[in-house]
Design a protein around this ligand. Structure first.
Ligand code: SF4
Length: 444
């Protein structure tokens, strides 16, 4: 069968897509990047917030067109939207175009479903807590160039009041360190230049193991084993939790050149009263101390965070505390989301929901404040030389890449004015210009 797969949502979902494609290719099926040529179309959905669910339904309906006037014989919906609404007969019934719905723990069964005979709409939702770890004998089909995500664990043991992920992905299960290292080395063998560790909370890694260990062990093992194979390969980790990001991890980062001094710390808010309602187990003071420690142990480290505005009960004062916090800490990169309500969330039952318009105004105020900070932060890079992973060549004489302080898909980029560079390689660039989010330079 010729298979097209559309991935929505987060890096964990991308890994699931690459696992499914790897299994299908290993079973003799072909992969295409054109839905019009596919006999089977898979949409790996996101269902984290309502806008993501709406987008997933739109994409499914869009792909369904290929069943009418294309060669598509089977349309399969996998991932978090399917898992979130597995008991919602209404939603499943509202998508008769879909031949099979697979939950987040059903990726491993994708070949059976693709090869399965014609039958009524198949629904398959195994318990996410029973999902087996990745079979390393089957190569993932990578969907990104030059970098690759690696999951260090599945699921989450926390209970943030605005989040449904533990129900969708199950409780936390950490992968063996050796599996993570073996997978990373096999990706480096394939020419990957940047390994990005991902999970719901990478720094919670190992707490669920019989003999608990920390992410610092994964990072130091990876750094040594990869450096021995290729010292130019970068290792980055995303989605830390402020409650478990500590000095041990920072010291490991400082002691290995191939570990990016890049701290992605989604704090969600900074007013201690709001954090309490969110179920986030830290205060504004804890956060100040954490970012102060990062900058002391890891001078020059890059800081990223994500925030939610308009959370039920958020007062003008709480919002001002948040705005003041980001102006004091001065993050290199920052994303802001407006609270997304849904009746299956604990926070849905809270009082004083913030009107959408107010939430959007607060979003815009923070993004405007951050745009100024981001440009000033970028100006300090001018005149310096950095290794840059070359990723695109949009036009003659211009390449786009990323430094160690720019993560893919969420941060600004580095424009390189040069000719004859190779995509997927690392070059040294002298920064000549700084913009609101991006920087630019020439070969050093
Ligand atoms: S830490 Fe909170 S926000 Fe993150 S996945 Fe777990 S419950 Fe959701």
């Amino acid at each position: 069968m010729i298979v097209f797969l559309e991935t929505l949502g987060c890096s964990r979902n991308q890994v699931d897509s690459e696992i499914m494609l790897g299994k299908l290719v290993a079973a003799g099926h072909q992969r295409t990047d054109e839905p019009g040529k596919a006999e089977v179309i898979i949409v790996n959905t996101c269902g984290f917030i309502s806008t993501a669910s709406e987008e997933a339904v739109d994409v499914i309906l869009d792909m369904a067109r290929f069943k009418e006037n294309g060669v598509c014989q089977k349309l399969i919906a996998t991932g978090c939207l399917a898992q979130r609404y597995k008991d919602d007969a209404g939603l499943l019934a509202s998508l008769p175009e879909v031949d099979a719905f697979l939950g987040t723990a059903a990726c491993e069964q994708i070949v059976d479903v693709v090869e399965g005979g014609e039958s009524t709409a198949l629904v398959f939702f195994p318990d996410p807590n029973q999902r087996k770890f990745q079979d390393l004998t089957i190569d993932r089909e990578l969907l990104s160039k030059g970098f690759a995500y690696i999951k260090v664990s599945e699921g989450c043991n926390r209970h943030c009041t605005y989040c449904i992920i533990p129900q969708l992905r199950g409780l936390q299960r950490s992968r063996p360190v050796d599996d993570i290292c073996a997978e990373a080395l096999s990706l480096v063998e394939k020419g990957v230049k940047e390994i990005i560790l991902t999970a719901e909370n990478t720094t919670d890694y190992g707490q669920d193991l019989a003999e608990p260990v920390g992410l610092d062990l994964v990072l130091s093992s990876l750094a040594k084993r990869i450096a021995a194979r290729d010292k130019d390969v970068w290792i980055r980790f995303l989605y830390t939790h402020p409650g478990t990001l500590g000095a041990k991890i920072m010291q490991v980062i400082q002691s290995h050149d191939n570990l990016c001094a890049y701290y992605d710390v989604p704090i969600q808010h900074a007013a201690s009263t709001t954090l309490k309602r969110m179920g986030r187990p830290y205060t504004r003071e804890n956060l100040f101390d954490l970012f102060k420690m990062i900058r002391e142990v890891s001078p020059g480290a890059s800081l990223r965070t994500t925030l939610i505005v308009g959370f039920p009960g958020e007062t003008r004062e709480e919002f001002e505390i948040l705005k003041d916090f980001i102006e004091q800490v001065r993050f290199d990169h920052l994303g802001v989301f407006t609270y997304s309500d849904s009746d299956d969330l604990k926070s849905h039952g809270f009082k004083d929901h913030v009107p959408k318009q107010i939430a959007e105004e607060r979003h815009d105020i923070l993004m405007a404040a951050q745009a100024k900070i981001s440009e000033q932060v970028n100006e300090r890079h001018v005149g310096k030389i950095y290794p840059v992973l070359v990723e695109e060549n949009p036009e003659e004489g211009v390449y786009i890449g990323r430094t160690q302080f720019q993560a893919p898909e969420v941060d600004g980029m580095t424009f390189i004015y040069a000719r004859g560079l190779e995509i997927g390689t690392i070059v040294h660039v002298r920064i000549t210009d700084a913009f609101e989010y991006d920087i630019a330079g020439e070969m050093a």
